[in-house]
Design a protein around this ligand. Structure first.
Ligand code: SAM
Length: 213
């Protein structure tokens, strides 16, 4: 899904990005075959970018808010060192069942802990410090996820937030999700606790780097 870049240019970028592993390709195909909203899954470029960010930041402790069938979690787990850990939050048991199967079939799956239940409740049980947070769940709660996880993030840690351009609907928000994302972007833009950059990767990714205050 990318409404901002010409489809042929997007394909060129994909053709010049490290290919998906066979496991990731099968996970993508199954997700598109058996789930109602497969487009929620990050694409191959964003997945690779997440893995690259994990590597570049040297993250060892990651929290993901919104696992779905596990594509992004598996990508980030690949970028973690052997003793690295990723906690991922989900509420949908059907998505969980698929993710568990693919995690079990991956040499990186043992780094992932699934926490079922509303993410805000799970976050309340965590103590940190976290090195990296990936927020990709229900849009009306984006600001709440951000506020709940920022105190757990180490100074110099990174929060990555997906879908911040919402297919361009942020320019003329008409529904609750679009309004929530506009408010979230505005809040981050004026937050002195972080340095931020809004990227036009896929559906828009916000990177917020936590300052030492
Ligand atoms: C956009 S999808 C995540 C996609 C995933 N990162 C990937 O790349 O495959 C959002 C997921 O968040 C889950 N979700 C929605 N509300 C939630 C909540 N309150 N707590 C935890 N997960 C939630 C949904 O069930 C859905 O699977």
């Amino acid at each position: 899904m990318n409404d901002f870049i010409d489809a042929t240019v997007e394909q060129f970028a994909r053709d010049h990005t490290e290919a998906e592993s066979d496991l990731h390709r099968r996970l993508r195909e199954e997700t598109y075959r058996v789930t109602d909203r497969p487009q929620m899954q990050v694409d191959a470029i964003e997945g690779r970018f997440l893995k690259m960010l994990v590597r570049l930041t040297g993250a060892r402790t990651i929290l993901e808010v919104g696992m779905f069938t596990g594509y992004s979690a598996l990508m980030m787990a690949e970028g973690l060192p052997e003793d690295g850990r990723l906690i991922t939050c989900e509420i949908d048991p059907k998505a969980e069942a698929i993710a568990r199967r693919y995690f079990a079939g991956s040499p990186y799956g043992h780094k992932i802990t699934i926490r079922m239940g509303p993410a805000l409740e799970t976050i309340r049980t965590l103590s940190g410090p976290l090195d990296l947070v990936f927020i990709d769940a229900d849009k009306p709660n984006y600001s709440n996820y951000y506020e709940a996880t920022l105190p757990l993030l180490k100074p110099g840690g990174l929060i990555i937030v997906d879908n911040v351009l919402w297919s361009g609907k942020v320019l003329d928000p008409q529904d609750a999700d679009a309004h929530a994302i506009v408010a979230f972007n505005r809040m981050i833009q004026s937050d002195p606790r972080v340095e931020n950059v809004c990227l036009t990767v896929r559906d828009g990714m916000m990177l917020a780097w936590k300052r030492s205050l």
